[in-house]
Design a protein around this ligand. Structure first.
Ligand SMILES: NC(=O)c1ccc[n+]([C@@H]2O[C@H](COP(=O)([O-])OP(=O)(O)OC[C@H]3O[C@@H](n4cnc5c(N)ncnc54)[C@H](OP(=O)(O)O)[C@@H]3O)[C@@H](O)[C@H]2O)c1
Length: 361
């Protein structure tokens, strides 16, 4: 039997699910053995269930084409085949909460791309380079669920990945007021230009629910575990506007920051370039070698040139300069469906395996 952990993808026929399947092709630790989706797809070969909906630029991996898709709602059956699951189903928030906990209660760890559990107090929401220690709250969650190995862990929203890591790298200078505008790609809505032609040459100044997530989620990531729950930080204020732009992949953020301790430009650049965390230390398979890089050119980072930096797992920063109202401003770019979605979740799962939370059943 393969030594790799057996993985199920809940919502495997969707855009994020496809990204999981692509990223896990040839993964050294994990092997996709099970795919589940809605009852519409259940019972079909994966290739047939996806049909013309394959949205990746690389071909569908041969190893998954003949997998018979299961129904996400048949929890016991799916859980019996896997060591853990990634969740990328699109259902109502309450349904997602319930189904992810149902999987956890079958002693199947769930690493979720969804927002449903991001504010459940004993569910860790983790960027592995920033708050790997939050996984410790899982012990309290297991007590609540009555499980020994089942739990839910989540990754944060795609929009924050272009600036929250940068602000974390600058923690020693105590950023306390942040204004961010995000320019977000259409793949963040599960779309390509083929299925959203109105976005060509267009800008839409609204993404439902996105501004609240962009303002609040970094605070939870910077929070602490107290009495078995994660208490968000309260020493930074973030205000945000989120704009949909005609870009396929890549969220850009234009950000203004006030600091309690004044850094120089060189200190800010050095802090970015030198920032690394547990994934780099442990050399996790999907960890970027350099998580954040600074680009000196005035016209960088650019989506078309820089979105795939570190295989889409790194953050590119440019245009750090002094501001006349705030202290400093910069522009950040990250890949929304890799670092911001499936890739971020795969790195969380690698961290969980390294920490001993995900094991063979
Ligand atoms: N796209 C992004 O960049 C991004 C980023 C962060 C978070 N998210 C979140 O990730 C989730 C998935 O997004 P997506 O863009 O991949 O969506 P999607 O392309 O619409 O895929 C949705 C998946 O959920 C399944 N599904 C839908 N209704 C279901 C039901 N009633 N019961 C069971 N399964 C059901 C679909 O199965 P069928 O194929 O059988 O219909 C499909 O596998 C969403 O919650 C989204 O908000 C997306």
């Amino acid at each position: 039997m393969s030594e790799k952990l057996r993985v199920g993808i809940l919502g495997g026929t969707g855009m994020v699910g496809q990204r999981f399947i692509s990223l896990l092709e040839n993964h050294p630790w994990f092997e996709v053995t099970t795919i589940a989706a809605s009852p519409r797809s259940a019972g079909q070969r994966y290739e047939d269930a996806v049909g013309g909906r394959w949205k990746m630029t690389t071909p569908m991996p041969e190893a998954v084409k003949d997998i018979i898709v299961k129904n996400v709602n048949e929890v016991e059956e799916v859980a019996s085949e896997v060591d853990f699951v990634f969740s990328a189903v699109d259902m109502s928030k309450d349904e997602i909460k319930a189904i992810e906990e149902a999987y956890a209660k079958t002693e199947t760890p769930v690493v979720s791309n969804n927002s449903a559990h991001r504010w459940t107090p004993d569910v860790p929401m983790v960027v592995p380079e920033i708050n790997p220690q939050h996984m410790e709250v899982i012990e309290f969650q297991k007590k609540r669920l009555g499980t020994t190995r089942g739990f839910v862990a989540v990754k944060p929203n795609c929009s924050i990945q272009s600036y929250a890591p940068v602000l974390t790298a600058w923690k020693e200078f105590e950023p306390y007021e942040v204004v961010a505008t995000t320019y977000q790609a259409i793949s963040g809505a599960g779309k390509t230009f083929k299925d959203w032609p109105e976005m060509e040459g267009n800008i839409i100044p609204f993404i439902s629910g996105e501004e609240e997530k962009s303002e609040k989620e970094p605070l939870r990531i910077w929070g602490e575990i107290k009495d078995g729950v994660i208490v968000p930080a309260d020493d930074v204020k973030i205000t945000c506007q989120c704009i949909r732009v005609p870009v396929l992949n890549g969220h850009t953020a234009a950000v203004f920051v006030k600091f309690r301790k004044q850094p120089t430009k060189q200190q800010l650049i050095d802090a970015i370039n030198n920032f690394s965390g547990v994934p780099q230390e442990l050399k996790l398979p999907s960890a970027p070698k350099q998580f954040i890089r600074y680009m000196e050119e005035d016209n960088r980072p650019q989506v078309s040139l820089d979105v795939d930096y570190e295989n889409g797992m790194g953050v590119s920063v440019g245009r750090i300069r002094e501001d006349s109202i705030y202290d400093w401003k910069f522009v950040g770019l990250s890949h929304n469906t890799v670092r911001g979605a499936a890739g971020g979740a795969v790195l969380c799962a690698e961290l969980l395996k390294a920490q001993g939370y995900i094991t063979k059943k």
